[in-house]
Design a protein around this ligand. Sequence first.
Ligand code: ZN
Length: 74
Amino acid sequence: MKDITCTRCGAEGLEPGFVEDAGEGARGYARWIAGPLERGFLGGAKRMGRPRRQIDAYRCHRCGHLELFATDFV
Ligand SMILES: [Zn+2]
C-alpha cells in the first residue's frame, strides 16, 4: 500500500496509521464489518458471523484527510 495520493488535495506520501478503539474490552483498533449496521435490543451493533477486516488509515500531512482501507481479515 504505497504511493497513495490524497483524494481531497492530491498530496502524496500519506502517513500510515490506524483508527483506535479505546472502548472497554476493545482490542485497541477499530474494524470494518461487512453489511449495514443493525442494532440489537441494548443498542449495540449486531456483528455475529460478519466478516471483519483491519482498517488502515493513511493521513494526509497537508490537509489532514484520512484515506481508509479495509484490508486483511482480523
Ligand atoms: Zn490532503
